[in-house]
Design a protein around this ligand. Structure first.
Ligand SMILES: NC(=O)c1ccc[n+]([C@@H]2O[C@H](COP(=O)([O-])OP(=O)(O)OC[C@H]3O[C@@H](n4cnc5c(N)ncnc54)[C@H](OP(=O)(O)O)[C@@H]3O)[C@@H](O)[C@H]2O)c1
Length: 225
């Protein structure tokens, strides 16, 4: 039976490329996006399913979960990919609205989505949280976009908590850094192509050992948090 993967924020960038590659590998891909028109067009391009989902909106999460309950029997892999990085994310300029929106999108949204989808996730399922090297605590801070970097440290923390809480249910939870990638977020100077950026997410969803949990991964290897 085909494995079902749900990917957030997948109308473009790393999410879209991950959806495309997993569809090619035979997954039943549910591409989700907050913008229905963009999401439909992206899913049509791949030939996969589309469900509208804004991870900051609890009603949208509830509605998407209901649709998934009817459309797919179970969710084998959830990829929390959607995130924002605001231009004014600096120590001087970040205001309450920016901080709230970044943390809602990059941390609280994934948390609430996991809560909603857990009833559809059976033993052996996997949650992949797309984090960033910017959130690592084992290396010096990069000195850029502090709120975004804090949100990525927090999603690493969420990964660690969920891995422990879901271990009895045999659901693995991993975080990963795609590297600096040429997308709208990464910009054109980034050294990695979007295909390279999606590689570890695709590997974690399709080929990585099932025992891999409670770890931070880059280039298919476990690295320090
Ligand atoms: N690019 C890099 O260099 C890099 C490096 C490290 C980590 N990452 C991480 O990799 C992931 C993908 O980033 P990317 O580079 O592909 O960025 P991107 O091209 O900007 O794509 C981000 C996606 O997230 C979606 N999104 C934002 N808020 C959302 C919400 N509330 N609900 C649903 N979708 C939402 C966006 O939707 P819209 O199209 O509607 O805006 C967009 O499709 C992110 O978690 C990012 O933090 C990227």
């Amino acid at each position: 039976m085909k494995k079902t993967v749900v990917i957030t924020g997948a109308a473009k960038g790393i999410g879209f490329e991950t959806a495309r590659q997993l569809h090619e590998k035979g997954f039943d891909v549910v591409l989700t996006a907050r913008d229905a028109a963009k999401g439909h067009a992206a899913a049509q391009q791949i030939g996969c399913r589309f469900v509208q989902l804004d991870v900051t909106d609890t009603q949208s999460i509830t509605a998407a979960t209901e649709i998934l309950r009817h459309k797919v029997k179970q969710v084998d892999v959830l990829i929390n990919n959607a995130a924002v990085l605001h231009r004014r994310d600096t120590l001087e300029q970040a205001d309450y609205t920016l901080i709230e929106h970044t943390l809602m999108s990059n941390v609280a949204g994934p948390f609430m989505l996991v809560q909603a989808l857990l009833p559809l996730m059976k033993n052996g399922s996997r949650i992949i949280n797309i984090s960033s090297g910017g959130g690592q605590l084992s290396t010096p801070a990069g000195g850029w976009s502090p709120v975004y970097c804090i949100s990525k440290t927090a999603i690493n923390g969420l990964t660690h908590q969920l891995a422990t809480l879901l271990e009895p249910r045999d659901i693995s939870v991993v975080a990963m850094d795609p590297g600096w990638v040429q997308t709208d977020m990464g910009g054109t100077s980034a050294p990695r192509t979007v295909q390279q950026g999606a590689d570890t997410a695709v590997w974690l969803a399709a080929d990585a050992p099932a025992e891999l949990t409670d770890v931070f991964v880059r280039d298919r290897k476990v690295v320090e948090w």
